[in-house]
Design a protein around this ligand. Structure first.
Ligand SMILES: [Zn+2]
Length: 366
């Protein structure tokens, strides 16, 4: 492969196709990770891509393969994820470049200090010759393990909303205020939190989490006057997610009204689900089967570079079973046999795509 580093720090290796004018298929994942991380999130997908090229033993395909190791997917340093993949879809803007890390160093300065040229960021973007993007990634959840399947074909990356709710009542003396005369903000928030959990439990494939709760004044002998709670709600169907969110807000209002508490909320993030390319996902399903496994079709509850690439090119993902469902932790692992299956599956995908006029014809239409 011809190796280069683009202007946002993505490490790229190009393995040419059978002819100089051949289109290219991107295969990759991210190089970075989180503090106290495991050894497989992201990097396993990069190594599997390199392993796939190696498995060709010099054989040329009707398309070239570009392996991409994305920089800054997790968003740990600058608080904004997907910096590397955003460059491939032309979405690195002034706002992003101006973002600063904990030491006051901007994305712009970090790029320059690394010896990269800011003027070349636009060159990192995908061209018309890109047929699609494939990403191998650990599932980072327990679904494949529970189902007893080594590999999953990802059909969509879930949409999500993040909101902030503030319940405002009246802080008062815990000893002198009778129960029927209280406006307890924390009790209102607590009732609502259980309602959120109940709704998510009875709605198929919905996940909803209240992961943060803060009360004021926060003393043993004072009724809480204010409670702030966050909500994270996700579903592969935008309609199901929006309906559930509306219901959660209605419940917050009803509970607050019954308890003579005021509730206000604001949206911090609203992101629609991203469908993976149906053709590529179907090919992945066939390839998993050829590798001797039963394919498991699923949604991804977490965001990935494939979600960003899908804005510009057909994108698809293959998940590997994650023992214990544990990720972002040193205990994160994979089964060696599953990695071998993933490599075999990837090889079948390449063979199938190389023989597919439908796939190869895609650039001609572009
Ligand atoms: Zn990852």
């Amino acid at each position: 492969m011809k190796v280069s580093v683009d202007a946002v720090g993505n490490l790229r290796g190009f393995y040419a196709g059978a002819s100089p004018s051949a289109p290219r298929l991107l295969i990759g994942s991210h190089l970075d990770t989180v503090p106290n991380a495991g050894a497989f999130d992201g990097i396993l997908g990069v190594l599997l891509a390199i392993g796939l090229v190696e498995s060709l033993r010099g054989q040329k395909l009707p398309f070239g393969i570009e392996v991409v190791g994305f920089s800054e997917e997790e968003g740990v340093r600058f608080g904004v994820p997907f910096i590397g993949s955003r460059a491939l879809v032309g979405r690195v803007d002034e706002e992003l470049l101006g973002r600063k890390d904990a030491n006051g160093i901007s994305v712009r300065n970090a790029i320059q200090d690394f010896g990269l040229n800011l003027n070349e960021i636009s060159k990192a973007a995908v061209g018309d010759d890109v047929l699609g993007y494939l990403e191998f990634h650990i599932e980072q959840g327990p679904v494949l393990e529970k189902a007893g399947r080594p590999l999953g074909a990802v059909e969509a990356i879930v949409g999500q909303n993040r909101l902030d709710f503030i319940f405002s009542g009246q802080a008062n003396h815990a000893g002198t205020t009778p129960m029927n005369l209280r406006r307890d903000a924390l009790a209102a928030a607590a009732e609502w939190i259980v309602t959120v959990e109940t709704l998510a439990r009875r709605t198929a494939d919905l996940v909803a989490t209240v992961g943060f709760l803060e009360t004021k004044p926060g003393a043993t002998n004072v009724i809480a006057g204010e409670a702030r709670a966050t909500l994270d709600i996700r579903h592969a169907s935008d309609r199901a997610r929006t309906e559930a969110l509306d219901e959660v807000i209605r419940q917050a209002e009803a509970i607050a009204a019954r308890r003579d508490v005021i509730v206000k909320w604001r949206t911090l993030l609203s992101q629609n689900a991203v469908a993976m390319d149906p053709f590529l996902t179907e090919q992945i399903g066939h390839a998993i089967q050829k590798s001797g496994c039963e394919p498991y079709h699923m949604a991804s509850g977490a965001g990935h570079d494939a979600m960003i690439l899908a804005e510009k090119v057909p994108a698809a993902m293959i998940f590997l079973r994650t023992p214990g469902g544990i990720s972002h932790d040193p205990a994160e692992s994979v089964h060696l046999d599953d990695v071998a299956k993933a490599l075999e599956c990837g090889h079948h995908v390449l063979t199938q795509l190389a023989a597919s006029q439908e796939f190869l014809g895609r650039t001609c239409r572009a």
